[in-house]
Every structure is written in C-alpha cells, then in structure tokens.
Ligand binder design. Structure first.
Ligand SMILES: C[S@@+](CC[C@H](N)C(=O)[O-])C[C@H]1O[C@@H](n2cnc3c(N)ncnc32)[C@H](O)[C@@H]1O
Length: 354
C-alpha cells in the first residue's frame, strides 16, 4: 500500500495507530474508503443480519425519547452507518418525530446510503464527522465502529511498555519496537503493565475514547449508545495477554496485521472502562454495561421470538410452506443476535447527559 510505504520512507517507522488509520481510512487506498461495509462475504453486523435489530433499537430509542419528555424533533446521530440497515429499520419502526443524522467520512459510502434512504427525504441528513453540527436532543449510536478506531500497540518488556512501530526492511513491512510515541500514553498503559507479564501485548485507543467525548459534545440532552466487542479492565488484558488485534477478510479471520494493508478490516477489542471514564469526564453518567443478549431481551426479543414461533406453527398447520420457512428464517436471524460466542456477546455501553 503506497500510502503506508511512502509515509515510512518519508518519516521513518510509524506507530501502529498511524498504520491502522492509513490501512482503514486512507482516502484513496483505505479499506473503508474503497468499499461499502457489508459488500464482503464474511460481513455480519447485527443490523446487516436481522431486521429485528433496528426494530428493537427503535423501542430503545422510544424509551429515550419518552424519558426526555417527547422532544420534537428527536434526533438519532449514527456514526459509521455502513449499508444504512439500522437507519432503514429504525426509521420504519419509530413512532414519533424522528430525524436521523449519519456521520460518514466517505462520499461514495454516503452516496449508497442516500440511495437506500431516499424515501425518508429530509428526515435523514449527513455530516462528515461527529460534532460538525450544533448539539441535538436525542441519542448518538455507534454499532461496531469503535473497534475500528486506531490503536497504539504496546508490549511489556523489562517491566516497561515499548510501543510497536511499523517500518520497512527488505521491501517488507516489519515491526519495530520503540519508546512510547507520546508521553500522554504513559498513564493509559500504566494500569495494564501491572496485570501483564513480559512479552505480553495490549492496545490503547485514545481515538475510541475521543469518539465518546465528541459524541457527548453532539448531545444537548440524551444518551450515547456504543455496541461493540470488548471488555472492561482488567479482564481486557488478562483474558488476551497477546492483545486483541485481528484482521477480517472475505476468507475469514486472520492474525497477520501487516499483510496487504487496505485489503483487510482491522479490529481491536474496545476498552469499555476507558469509554466510561471519557463519558464521565465529558459530564455524562455511564449506565451499567450489558451484553447485547441482555439488552435485546430487555427490549422484548424473547416475546418477538415466541410470536414468530407461534406464527410459524400456524403457517405449518395451514399448509403454508413458504410462509413457514420465511418465519423460521426470520426467527433464526433474530436468535443469532443473541447467540453465545457470537453477536450476543457484544457489549452495550450507554451514558446519559442532562
Ligand atoms: C464495521 S463497519 C459498521 C457499519 C454499521 N454500523 C453496521 O453495523 O453495519 C464500521 C464503519 O464505521 C466507519 N467509521 C469508522 N470511524 C468512524 C468515525 N469516526 N466516524 C464515522 N464513521 C466511522 C467506517 O468507515 C465503517 O464504515
């Protein structure tokens, strides 16, 4: 990837965070600049899998709307909407004066989202980055976006943290251990060092925490909702002493972070303790962390599944084979949202303002 090698030729080894930023977001060659999320075979986010994700999200948004005293308009700001599945599902299901703002840095992706959501007219609008518009009353949602924020990659060596940089040797990308690139990382790495052994690796993401800070600034009153893979401290480090970074390609999961930058998604587990600290520092009140399974259950996913099963049995009794198969498929997509070892293990973080 020219953007990476040119930058290293010019500046010398770069931090893993800079490498990840170029690999995913370089405007010409970055993974997310060149494809609409959802176009790959292995892509499976909750809203892309089941229409019930957006419908149940709409129930959650309705409760936020009611808690806020039914403001008109009520605005949902969605960071990184991908194929706009969540927006389409929730706009259809929400019963109230809903405005939807998509935060999308890439014009091509925004153009596809516009096509998908055209029917909603001026109820939907776009902005390039969080905080571009005056604060709103409503909520900010980010589903599987924070795990794609650039992370600094660190290793414990001789009791200290070294930061893994990326350089070039013999025409190939290689890891280059170096001192911390920024003294501001010091306090963020200190707690992890106490939990880890020499040779262990971990990540810190000021960029992910910054998303929460900017989300807080986007709200006059309302709730920030972040759904992602991750953990709290210290389990985040203890459970994965070699770090959490992985790649996703159409062929599946990979561990070679330096192979073909721009051709693979790169993700790291989100540090939800760091998000709670960022929310509190921005004047928000974090709510208890839940799994997606618990969150959906509280929104009535169990009753929806029972209803689909009943209708499926009725279709079967009536000899409506096509209807029965369709309801079975709908129910199995719904249950995948709560699956153990899968999407159900995603964590749901929320924090309130005002
Ligand atoms: C894995 S996709 C998730 C898409 C969608 N939320 C879904 O659940 O299907 C992550 C998306 O977030 C976008 N993204 C990453 N950082 C962002 C930011 N700071 N603001 C807006 N979008 C961002 C990426 O470009 C990518 O389109």
């Amino acid at each position: 990837m020219r953007a990476v090698t040119d930058r290293i030729d010019r500046d010398g080894p770069i931090t893993f965070a800079d490498y990840m930023r170029l690999a995913l977001y370089d405007p010409a060659e970055g993974f997310y600049a060149r494809r609409v999320p959802g176009s790959g075979a292995g892509y499976r986010t909750s809203p892309s899998l089941s229409e019930w994700f957006g419908r149940l999200f709409a129930r959650w948004a309705t409760s936020v709307w009611e808690d806020l005293g039914r403001p008109d308009p009520f605005t949902v700001v969605e960071a990184g909407a991908g194929r706009a599945d969540l927006a389409a599902q929730a706009l259809e299901a929400f019963e109230g004066p809903l405005r939807w703002v998509i935060v999308e840095p890439f014009d091509d992706v925004a153009a596809r989202q516009r096509e998908r959501l055209g029917a909603w007219g001026t109820a939907v609008s776009w902005q390039r980055s969080l905080g571009d518009e005056p604060p709103v009353v409503g909520c900010v949602v980010a589903n599987e976006v924070l795990d794609n924020q650039p992370v600094h990659l660190l290793e414990k060596a001789g009791g200290q943290a070294v930061e893994i940089h990326i350089g070039v040797a013999d025409g190939r990308l290689v890891e280059v251990p170096a001192p911390l690139s920024d003294p501001a990382l010091g306090p963020l790495v200190a707690a992890a060092l106490d939990e880890l052994e020499d040779g262990d690796r971990f990540e810190v993401s000021p960029a992910a925490a910054d998303c929460v800070t900017r989300a807080a600034g986007t709200l006059r009153r309302g709730t920030v909702l972040v759904i992602d893979y991750g953990d709290e401290e210290p389990d985040l480090w203890r459970r994965r002493p070699s770090g959490s970074l992985v790649t996703y390609r159409d062929e599946g999961l990979g561990m070679d972070l330096l192979a073909d930058p721009g051709e693979a998604d790169i993700t790291a587990h989100v540090n939800f303790s760091a998000l709670a600290r960022a929310a509190a520092a921005a004047g928000m009140v974090p709510e208890p962390l839940r799994t997606q399974r618990e969150w959906l259950q509280a929104l009535g996913a169990g009753q929806v599944a029972d209803d689909l099963r009943r209708r499926q049995e009725e279709a079967e009794l009536a000899g409506d084979h096509a209807g029965m198969v369709q309801l079975l498929a709908e129910r199995s997509r719904l249950s995948a949202l709560s699956a153990r070892g899968g999407l159900g293990d995603l964590l749901v973080f929320s924090a309130r303002k005002g």
